[in-house]
Design a protein around this ligand. Structure first.
Ligand code: KG4
Ligand code: ZN
Length: 352
């Protein structure tokens, strides 16, 4: 029997197995990560190697450096994840891996490692969309969460508002027309001379600032739930430069707080409108930007007022990690969605 036929049989048997352990690998950008997840919900291990110090010198991710660092780290992370979970390869039922979207060289490292393991161990190989992984981070934090719910995914590369109709079934309501929210945070942080990635540092500064100090425009986007951050980002950069040229100063805390407030206002108003129009009872946040303190506070308040239940991943699961990939992989496995060994990296993979 061929590899894929063996794995189809194994995948079918796993649908009724009481405990399914998935080894997951994530390498789409600048984190090399491996995790072991049981039944899509329980984290047995979650190892993340951050490459940030390697890229900070250049003010952003350098794809070639990222690929090489992934090659260096991926085997080690897999070993750590197994050891931390207290399992051997024999006790792993399937291998999940991020196959896109992301940097092609970075993705290829994880995909190649996963393919090698899957072939050598004769275990099903499950390709996972990175954005779906971010959404599934919520399943790891909230045991009671099940679809349907509305989700705002805001990360460094993506900003989507979508309905999670069922596991693996999504309906796109709106998305950014230009920059992602995280990208805008990072660019705004750069003019405040914060090192890469500036989002978390801008958040810290903003906590001590006046969000009304600098007036910024509200972005216009075509659809009712679409987003746009490019204009806001440019307006902010121009405002900071103008202050500089006039020799005026505004505390960086106030600048950071004003920018953050503008981004949060846009994300909150579009998401809550989508939630109201779609009569949803549950709203979830996902992606790196869901770690933002202003965003979490604003959604907590708004959802309370609207009597909607709010779900947010715990902070350590907001950024890139392999635990979320292991959760997503489990639900794909239940649908029999496994890949053959011709699986390739898909840098521009879409969720919907
Ligand atoms: O989801 P993620 O880890 O990677 C991508 O899939 O893109 O998101 C990373 C992005 C970066 O732009 C980072 O600056 C931003 O999320 N981010 C934040 C915060 N923490 C991470 N932005 C604002 N406030 C934060 N606390
Ligand atoms: Zn991500």
């Amino acid at each position: 029997m061929s590899y894929i036929d063996v794995c189809r049989e194994k995948a079918a048997q796993l649908k009724t197995k009481e405990k399914v352990n998935i080894l997951a690998i994530e390498s789409s950008c600048d984190e090399t990560a491996a995790a072991v997840i049981q039944n899509g919900r329980v984290i047995l291990s979650n190892e993340v190697f951050s490459q940030i110090p390697l890229h900070a010198l250049y003010g952003g991710v350098v794809p070639e450096i990222a690929s090489r660092a992934h090659v260096d780290a991926v085997d080690r992370m897999v070993d750590h994840a197994l050891k931390e979970a207290g399992l051997t390869f024999d006790e792993i039922d399937a291998i999940g891996v991020t196959c896109g979207p992301g940097l092609v060289g970075a993705l290829l490292t994880g995909v190649s490692c996963a393919k090698g393991l899957a072939f050598a161990l004769e275990k099903p190989l499950i390709p996972v969309n990175h954005i779906e992984g971010h959404i599934c981070a919520n399943y790891l934090t909230h045991a009671e969460l099940t679809p349907p719910f509305l989700c705002l995914v805001a990360s460094g590369g993506h900003s989507h508002i979508l309905m999670v109709e069922d596991y693996g079934v999504y309906r796109l309501l709106g998305c950014t027309q230009d920059d992602a929210a995280g990208e805008a945070f990072d660019k705004a942080a750069r003019v405040l001379h914060l090192p890469y990635p500036g989002g978390p540092l801008l958040d810290k500064l903003a906590q001590k600032g006046d969000p009304h100090a600098l007036k910024l425009p509200m972005a216009h986007a075509p659809g009712p739930y679409d987003l746009s951050f490019s204009g806001l980002k440019t307006a902010f950069i121009n405002a900071v430069h103008k202050l500089d040229q006039r020799g005026e100063t505004m505390p960086p805390e106030d600048l950071a707080a004003s920018f953050q407030q503008a981004v949060v206002d846009a994300l909150l108003s579009k998401t809550m409108q989508a939630a109201l129009d779609n009569h949803v009872k549950c709203v979830a946040l996902a992606g790196g930007v869901s770690a933002n303190s202003g965003l979490r506070a604003a959604f907590t308040q708004a959802c309370q007022k609207a009597r909607m239940k709010l779900y947010m991943p715990e902070l350590k699961l907001c950024g890139d990690n392999a635990a979320m990939i292991g959760s997503a992989a489990y639900y794909r496995l239940l649908h029999g969605e496994i890949a053959d060994l011709d699986l390739n990296a898909k840098p521009a993979l879409r969720l919907v």
